[in-house]
Design a protein. Structure first.
Ligand code: NAP
Ligand code: MG
Length: 399
């Protein structure tokens, strides 16, 4: 069989633990037999990051900017306990996702993978809802103050020009708490662009919600920047028959629950933090959630939303078979291959990505599932609970 050809390499970012094991199996069983895979490989495994003083993460992110499409395996973000587990670590290296996000200046979009036999908790959701969370500022970069006597808090901005702007926050007659938040117009603009860009890419409506009736300057600025940016995307939206819809956050919550899904919901940092957990739980599980980082100028990094599945890895190291769900990682690969195919005009590669996803659905619809899905599926749906490798073989037999 002649393999499907590629013209531009994918940036491949390998990772850690159980997902690293799955990564290799996915390549061997589902991709390499069919695609003459071209990748520029970066090992973001913890020890490789340590050996390069994390330079490998920076190089990988720069390669993603250069080539435009990357696929990333889950990686360990070291904490104190990992420093003990890996004594060779010279530093508690930063989260690779954070490093990549700041170099690519991107926004993360998370979308559930839906299958017939696992019903969302909200019964009218028949299509996935994608959450786009702004990843800079607000309460995540706030300063807090607690005071214990009567007095006044004042907000002062000292311009580089020498001009000062002063605002009374509140006079209080007893103990009180205060918080100073900020965001940057440039960051909000990047977020807006990435959202419009991604809506066009997915041919889906974009919703955006804030509380601008109450937050008349702060949230109104988010709304205004989105409206300004929309002018640059309006024609394309009209051409595709999709809409940009702004509404208040509380109205949006009610509408989301009553909707059928099938749109992208852009949210400020805190709202996105809370709502993405609610949406992913209501749709099923993190093992069925894909994630893509999109830059304002249309570069893409695909990954699974879950971590390295440490507990399964330790069972695997003891020689046990695990039933770890590879769906989100497979869809990271299919998403990246499809995007590469679209950018390079390779119809065969696009169709391969479709077939790979269809084979995954065919396997699940035949009742062959990993343990986590067997537990979530409707009664009697699971005919065979498969170990990861077996599950991948079943998918391969259906491509
Ligand atoms: P996790 O790897 O997502 O796993 C938590 C639990 O969720 C697992 O023990 C498992 O439950 C279940 N699970 C997650 N993915 C699954 C899958 N594909 N198939 C079946 N079950 C799955 O989160 P964690 O244990 O908190 O974090 C482990 C490491 O991942 C950490 O070092 C963290 O830094 C890293 N992490 C990386 C990323 C990333 O690179 N994007 C994201 C999050 C976390 P059961 O044990 O009950 O089966
Ligand atoms: Mg959260």
């Amino acid at each position: 069989m002649t393999k499907i050809q590629m013209t531009t390499p994918l940036v491949e970012m390998d990772g850690d633990e159980m997902t690293r094991v799955l990564w290799q199996m996915i390549k061997d069983k589902l991709i390499l037999p069919y695609v003459d895979l071209k990748t520029e490989y970066y090992d973001l495994g913890l020890l490789s990051r340590n050996a390069t003083k994390d330079q490998i993460t920076v190089d990988a992110a720069n390669a993603a900017v250069k080539y435009g499409v990357a696929v990333k395996c889950a990686t360990i973000t070291p904490n104190r306990q990992r420093m003990i587990e890996y004594p060779e670590l010279t530093e508690q290296w930063k989260s690779p996702n954070g490093t990549i996000r700041s170099i690519m200046d991107g926004t993360v979009f998370r979308t559930p993978i839906l299958i017939d036999s696992i019903k969302p908790v909200v019964k009218n959701w028949t299509m996935p809802i994608t959450v786009a969370r702004h990843a800079y500022g607000d309460v995540y970069k706030a300063v807090d103050m607690k005071t214990d006597e009567p007095g006044e808090a004042v907000l002062t901005f000292k311009g580089e020009s020498g001009k000062e702007t002063v605002l009374s926050v509140q006079k209080v007659n007893g103990p009180a708490i205060f918080q100073g938040q900020h965001n940057k117009s440039a960051s909000i603009r990047s977020f807006a662009k990435a959202c419009f860009q991604y809506a066009i890419d997915r041919k889906q409506d974009l919703w955006f919600s804030t509380k601008d009736t109450i937050s008349k300057v702060y949230d109104s600025e988010f709304r205004a920047i989105f409206e300004e940016e929309f002018e640059n995307f309006k024609d394309k939206f009209e051409e595709l028959g999709i809409t940009y819809f702004y509404t208040l956050i509380d109205d949006a919550v009610a509408r989301v629950i009553r909707s059928e899904g099938g749109f992208i919901w852009a949210l400020k940092n805190y709202d996105g933090d809370v709502m993405s957990d609610m949406i992913s739980t209501a749709f099923g599980s993190l093992a069925m959630m894909t994630s893509v980082l999109v830059t304002p100028d249309g570069k893409f990094e695909y990954e699974a939303a879950h971590g390295t599945v440490t507990k399964h890895y330790y069972r695997y190291l003891k020689g046990e078979q695990t039933s770890t769900n590879p769906m989100a990682t497979i869809f990271a690969w299919s998403g990246a291959l499809r995007k590469r195919g679209e950018l390079d005009g390779l119809a065969d590669l696009i169709s391969f990505a479709d077939r790979l996803e269809a084979a995954c659905f065919a396997t699940l619809n035949a009742g062959i599932m990993t343990k986590d899905l067997a537990a979530l599926a409707d009664e009697g749906v699971c005919k065979k609970q498969a170990a990861s490798e077996e599950f991948l073989d079943e998918i391969a037999s259906r491509i």
